[in-house]
Design a protein around this ligand. Sequence first.
Ligand SMILES: C[S@@+](CC[C@H](N)C(=O)[O-])C[C@H]1O[C@@H](n2cnc3c(N)ncnc32)[C@H](O)[C@@H]1O
Length: 198
Amino acid sequence: MIFKNLRLHIDIGDKLFNTLYPLSIQRLSEHHWTSVEVAQISADYLVHKPNCKVLDIGSGVGKFCLIGATSTKGHFYGVEQRERLIKLSQKIAKTHKVNNVTFIHSNITEVSFSDYDAFYFYNPFYENIDHSFLIDNKVVLDEKLYTTYSEYVANQLKNTAIGTKLVTYWSTWVEIPEGFDLEFTAYNGKLNFWKKKF
Ligand SMILES: C[S@@+](CC[C@H](N)C(=O)[O-])C[C@H]1O[C@@H](n2cnc3c(N)ncnc32)[C@H](O)[C@@H]1O
């Protein structure tokens, strides 16, 4: 029912979508996973051409990708460093026959952005500088990694094609290189829509 309604563009609440996940994952939703509404608005903006390839930088439990893939015609790719979250995302995609989504277990520093047309960035590296609501203790966290990862993303975005689209959510903008223009903003400035102009 959840994916059927998403495919038909019938509104579903965030609470209902979260029932796809175990309780321990549902509890993390408020601090770590994109809401259904933000995912739909962002995916609509990012999918700007046929067969558009959208990369979610740090895909968590796959919420953004699963919603984007179901409500648009893009292909969504999620890269995530925590293997158990990738396995959970893959299981949900398989069970609900969401075919236009691919989940990759990797660190973002292993990924070349030249393979994608659009990017979603929900403040993935913040866990390295604020430990208040940790997902788990399975990865090494270090303040320096915040800078290393942000610089990697900035460098990769610098080399993307003109017309590349980017959505940032709760970002400090350190990862956005020159050349990306802010086209719209929403959610009191927390959700931002960027397009590469040069
Ligand atoms: C705030 S959550 C967002 C999840 C998802 N994008 C969403 O919107 O629902 C950020 C995720 O990024 C992942 N992450 C952080 N640093 C990463 C890195 N260097 N490479 C891959 N994933 C990373 C974390 O494990 C976490 O699951």
